[in-house]
Write a protein of this length. Structure first.
Length: 381
């Protein structure tokens, strides 16, 4: 029996896929930033895009590049305590200075002094973090190395954490230290952080907005990846697979993964070249669509307000772009009221402005998902 092959596609959040189609420019900008030294634009970057366009994958690739240059890499995901976690990773053996105490134990003979849990105040954190970063860079630079920090899901960060990080990084960049800082998040990061007067430093970060991949590139990437694994994907089966992706990076991985798996299972005992049939492609696409709903559409809906969902359900009644006035009428609201949610959904890249009072879905197959799950979504609003 032939040795079992591993699937070349990896449709899992954060896992490095075998192909990074259409991302050559941003990867080159980052690598040039590492090579060009302190002050290079590619060393301070913000990466935005809708769910599933590959933001986390880009951070993973940047980490791989940095490590290849012998840099240290610290990857974090934004949530409460982000700055404190960075501080602990930078100084794991050196306890932070206590600036505030939560009383817990009274010590006899010390006049009732209480000892308790130590924490760094939000006012002191920028200075403390800056010192910790500077100390770590002192050691790295002696080895002709540097430090990359990546922050994923930056739209979810606490403001005090972002102030602390931005302040510390800003000073170190001024000092021309060997470091790079990349933060990634949903498009709402722009309205949440970049208009904050205290965080103006982040506006100077090189902006990279990830979008869909041209179908010509998808065609070549799918065909080459299948060929390299000993399975031929061509003709109508290839055309079906390419069209089904709609150029959406996560869907490219999903379609590739499921079509490859079905074709391989059908022919695993076949010696020599295997081929993808149209039935393989059709079944793989169906499986990919189910997984897309679970991994992208469902979580996207969970993060939206009840009125956001109402707006989307009203749009889903159309087979193509929707009239904003028709959507407002279906919602039973004025056009001005409905436009508040139209703007919110455009900013979040869930829908896109098509001009002339029209909007359409920005996330592939979201219309189909909404129609299939309309009753459940209405019940959960």
């Amino acid at each position: 029996m032939p040795t079992r092959q591993s699937n070349p596609f990896k449709p899992t959040a954060g896992r490095m896929p075998p192909l990074l189609i259409g991302r050559d420019s941003i990867i080159e900008d980052f690598e040039e930033g590492i090579d060009d030294g302190p002050g290079a634009p590619g060393r301070l970057m913000r990466v935005t895009g809708a769910r599933g366009v590959g933001k986390t994958v880009m951070l993973t690739e940047f980490g791989r590049i940095a490590r290849a240059h012998r840099w240290e890499v610290i990857d974090e995901t934004a949530s409460n305590g982000l700055a404190q976690r960075l501080l602990e990773r930078l100084s794991p053996t050196k306890p932070a200075v206590s600036l505030s105490l939560k009383p817990s134990v009274s010590v006899a003979g010390l006049g009732g002094v209480s000892l308790g849990e130590a924490s760094i105040s939000s006012q002191q954190m920028p200075l403390t973090l800056r010192e910790a970063l500077g100390s770590r860079l002192d050691g790295l630079e002696r080895k002709h190395a540097g430090l990359l920090i990546t922050i994923d899901e930056a739209q979810a960060a606490d403001r005090n954490d972002m102030i602390a990080i931005a302040t510390a990084v800003q000073h170190l960049i001024r000092e021309e230290r060997d470091m790079a800082f990349v933060f990634a998040g949903l498009p709402t990061i722009a309205s949440k952080w970049l208009n904050d007067d205290v965080l103006t430093f982040l506006r100077r970060a090189q902006a990279e907005q990830l979008g869909d991949v041209p179908l010509e590139d998808v065609h070549d990437a799918l065909q080459d990846t299948f060929d390299d694994s000993g399975i031929t994907l061509a003709g109508q089966a290839l055309d079906m697979a390419v069209k089904a992706t709609e150029g959406y990076p996560f869907m490219i991985q999903l379609v590739g993964y499921h079509v490859w798996r079905i074709a391989y299972r059908r022919q695993r005992d076949v010696e020599g070249i295997r081929t993808v049939s149209e039935d393989d492609a059709r079944q793989g696409i169906d499986n990919a669509l189910t997984r897309l709903g679970d991994a992208v559409h469902g979580p996207e809906m969970d993060g939206l307000s009840p009125i956001d969902k109402t707006y989307l359900l009203a749009m889903a009644q159309d087979d193509g772009p929707s009239s904003t006035s028709a959507v407002a009428k279906r919602m039973g609201k004025s056009l001005n009221y409905a436009n508040i949610y139209r703007t919110r959904l455009i900013d979040a890249q869930v829908i896109r402005d098509m001009g002339y009072g029209k909007v359409d879905f920005a996330i592939p197959y979201l219309r189909r998902y909404l129609r299939e799950h309309a009753a459940y979504i209405r019940m959960r609003r």
